[in-house]
Design a protein around this ligand. Sequence first.
Ligand code: SF4
Length: 341
Amino acid sequence: MMQIAALQEHLRGQGGNAAHVSRVLRQWLNALPQDAGKRRIEDYLPLRLRQDLPLFEQHLHSLVTVHSRHSAEDGSQRLLLSLTDGQQIEAVLLPRGGLCVSTQVGCAVGCVFCMTGRGGLVRQVGSAEIVAQVALARQIQPVRRVVFMGMGEPAHNLEAVMEAITLLGNEGNIGHKDLVFSTVGDARVFERLPQGPVRPALALSLHSCFDERRRQLLPKAPPLSVAELIAAAELYARSTGYPVQYQWTLLQGINDGDDELEALATLLAGKHAMMNFIPWNAIDGMPYQRPSWERAAQMANVLNRRGILTRLRRSAGQDVDGGCGQLRARAEPHRKHRNAP
Ligand code: SF4
């Protein structure tokens, strides 16, 4: 598992100073050749580092490689990616310059409606492997926004994710509000995110306003109550100025009722927040149904009328069965998961 700190250490070992190290990583992250730009590298980088660059670039490009690409009708493109040890993760190129990246191979939160959660955690994705997903995506399309909503719970790989966010915000040409840290909520996140130096926007997966129901849907999420989560997220939103992006996977007959709407309207009244309803993407063998689009639209309307900014979204790539973890699960049916039950 490769971390950004190890890449920086290597470049320093080749005689690079802080500016040289930044420049090499910046070119990579922006999918630019190392010799692009106003200053010739012969005039800029030390000889030893220059001589090492071809091999180093090879190493960077090998961190994450495309196993398969799946284009969807909605304009998104799902990528199944291989890591150097043969593990696989998913990233999604979204329309309008968005990219969804993975932060773990597998996930330990175990949300009952998620394919990734089914197999448990396999391993962490290193910070260099996280930013490598951005560098790779930029070879395909421009990337202006990165959401950490792919496989994994960023809170469970917090330091690596924050290292990636810091590099992307400082050298990766991405606005801090366009880096979106997505979590089920964890006290460590609310402590760490405000410390910066790059403070990302926050997405919080809520899925229910009722503690007991939420515990059933997210069995291994930290034991924070819904009220505590919303209070902590609101503090962060007020300190950054970016609204909290609440995420809500809609499951028919479970969390699409009027009871949830009423509670949401109360809990989010006056909050610096927006709600995203995402009708569940059906997965074979799971005992859930997606609510009708009409019901989902009605729910969004009710909340909008009550003053809660609400959007109804499709999960990207539904027509290629690309819900989080599905591509990997299909490609690796026999892979053994370390923490699998
Ligand atoms: S929805 Fe996200 S947090 Fe929940 S199990 Fe899947 S990857 Fe993990």
